[in-house]
Design a protein around this ligand. Structure first.
Ligand code: OVV
Length: 396
């Protein structure tokens, strides 16, 4: 029997502002529940979320990974060749992008990413209140990611609005969705232009995508679509990963003390942030046939909402899940997804997280809240609009 929840709206402002009580309700109602309001299935438990992600043949992505079913509705933009695709097409696209984001490529970025984080954090460790979103979490990825991809400096801010829009459009056509796409023409135009080979810095990751894509037989337009995936998924996700990390560490000074004492914890601490406050909260899949998920029957052609963030706090998987603990082994969370569609840029995201948290541990004795943060509401992302903090300087 599937539990039917008539009223839960995971895309309402109330739910998005504080999802955790509703996540618990969803998890405890069953492994898979039915959200009557949208006529969709949903899972907020770790095991079934992971199982669905592990079975892309039954839980496909080509019908869209938002609530909209591309088989019934026209997508708002041409579907991503990577995110919104199934094998074998997905496999070809993934190979191109993964090649550019290889371990060797990450090693080549480490020095620049580390130096940029160190310089920025040292400059902000002045002890006076400042907005850590505007001056740190937004600035850092926008700079290091755009430099690595080879996006021109002029107009980079468009990337933030663009990604925010993309992630809002995975939800229903509510106010967040409609406001995000309204008046976004110039931003969409700018992003589409930057995806073209002639506008990307030679040698950068964007140019490398074009080179690898051409070698694999992709047309220049399709290669540009793969760069569009980079620009859609690469900035706002890490912006909110870093913002959530700063907010977690400010609220849990005991955990910051542990990180400060052992900067080697930076990588694990960032992973714990992704479990505890996942920047990407949800993705959908669409069933290709009748299928059982954790013993619950789902019909074919159904939308299934996977709560990645709620899975990170499933007590069936994690001990004391609501405790933020930088010393725990948080790997195995599904904040990056899982399986063939798992975040292809996760090594770069981890590099950014590690660089910033290491720089904090080096330069900052204490991270103190300097007022209430303002939450950003988004149909998919969980993050902050503003984050007033003080970074009290301290010796390395
Ligand atoms: C993971 C992700 C998020 C948003 C957009 C895309 C991917 C894309 O491929 O366009």
């Amino acid at each position: 029997m599937t539990a039917v929840l008539p009223d839960v709206d995971p895309f309402s402002p109330e739910f998005l502002a504080d999802p955790y009580p509703a996540h618990e309700l969803l998890r405890e109602a069953g492994p898979v529940v039915h959200l009557e309001r949208y006529g969709i299935h949903a899972s907020a438990r770790h095991a079934p979320v992971r199982a669905a992600l592990h079975d892309p043949e039954a839980f496909c992505s080509s019908a869209g990974v938002g609530i909209s079913d591309f088989r019934k509705e026209q997508p708002w933009r041409p579907p991503s060749l990577l995110l919104e695709a199934d094998p074998p097409e997905h496999t070809r696209a993934r190979r191109v992008v993964a090649g550019v984001l290889s371990a060797a490529a990450m090693r080549r970025l480490t020095e620049a990413f580390t130096a940029a984080a160190d310089e920025l954090v040292a400059r902000l460790a002045h002890g006076a209140p400042f907005d850590a979103m505007a001056e740190l979490a937004l600035v850092y990825p926008l700079r290091v990611f755009s430099d690595a991809v080879g996006v021109p400096e002029d107009g980079r801010e468009h990337l933030l609005q663009y990604a925010r829009m993309v992630f809002n459009t995975f939800g229903p056509r509510n106010e967040l969705f409609e406001n995000a796409v309204a008046g976004a023409g110039p931003t969409r135009e700018w992003v589409d232009q930057q995806c073209r080979e002639e506008n990307l810095r030679p040698g950068g990751m964007g140019a490398q995508i074009h080179a690898r894509a051409a070698a694999e037989g992709f047309s220049p337009d399709d290669a540009a679509m793969l760069v569009r995936s980079f620009l859609s998924a690469g900035v706002d996700t890490t912006v909110h990963g870093l913002g959530n990390a700063l907010w977690c560490l400010a609220r849990h000074p005991d955990q910051y003390t542990l990180l400060r004492a052992d900067p080697g914890l930076a990588r694990a601490a960032f992973e714990e942030v992704l479990r505890y406050e996942a920047p990407v909260q949800t993705f959908f899949r669409t069933t290709t046939r009748p299928v059982a998920l954790d013993g619950v029957e789902i019909g074919g052609g159904e939308k299934v909402l996977l709560f990645l963030g709620a899975a990170g706090r499933d007590p069936r998987q994690w001990s004391d899940p609501d405790a933020f603990d930088v010393t725990r082994r948080a790997t195995g969370h599904v904040g990056f997804g899982f399986g063939i569609h798992a975040c292809v840029g996760m090594a770069m995201a981890r590099l950014e997280g590690e660089a910033v948290l290491t720089a904090l541990a080096r330069h900052v004795a204490r991270i103190e809240p300097a007022g209430e943060p303002r939450r950003m509401l988004n149909n998919t992302l969980r993050g902050l609009e503003t984050l007033p903090l003080r970074l009290v300087p301290g010796p390395a």
